[in-house]
Design a binder for this molecule. Structure first.
Ligand code: ATP
Ligand code: MG
Length: 165
């Protein structure tokens, strides 16, 4: 269905707001005022947002999470940036493999299966997009994905947010 990415992001942020408060994590959301609705598999994209955001929380102590959306060259980019523990460079290329987790000890106590990012990658691929990661140990992690915006999947004549920012 045609979805508002803005609403989906706000819903994810709401779902985790208690957890963020508990961990003293500030969340900021940056979304352009006009954003067309886009045709996606809502449940799947929700799963991607959920995993990226929950990872950012899991692997942060205090700090800040910024979720931002931008339109660039007919691509809708969503980026989740945290100021958490980061990921050593040598692991970055394998993170999207199934069951891959950076460090058994630090991951075990966090729970999870190590499937989230590999599933996210599959879902983004199924939407003809790509997913990227950048990270610096003890500084934080940025994960961004895009979904192409074409005549095929963008709702025509629809300025979303209806004037609200
Ligand atoms: P699941 O998502 O299945 O519950 P998971 O979160 O461990 O488990 P992934 O989401 O696939 O699995 O992430 C893989 C690994 O990448 C994590 O175990 C963690 O080591 C590392 N990782 C992912 N996101 C971050 C992040 N934002 N900051 C630091 N490390 C991260
Ligand atoms: Mg995860």
């Amino acid at each position: 269905s045609y979805v508002s990415i803005k609403e989906m992001i706000e819903d994810v942020v709401d779902r985790f707001s208690f957890k963020c408060k508990q961990k003293s994590i500030d969340v900021s959301v940056k979304i352009p005022k006009y954003l067309p609705k886009i045709l996606v598999d809502r449940d799947k994209i929700d799963q991607v947002l959920d995993n990226l955001f929950s990872n950012a929380i899991k692997y942060s102590e205090k700090g800040k999470i910024t979720v931002s959306v931008r339109l660039e060259q007919e691509k809708l980019y969503v980026e989740v940036a945290d100021t958490g523990i980061g990921i050593p460079k040598k692991h970055l290329s394998r993170l999207f493999e199934r069951f891959y987790r950076v460090d058994k000890a630090r991951s075990r106590e966090m729970g999870g299966t190590g499937l989230g990012l590999s599933i996210a990658k599959e879902i983004v691929k199924a939407h003809h997009g790509e997913i990227f990661i950048e990270s610096e140990i003890n500084k934080g992690t940025k994960i961004a994905f895009y979904i192409p915006m074409s005549e095929r999947n963008v709702k025509k004549g629809m300025a979303i947010n209806e004037g609200k920012s």
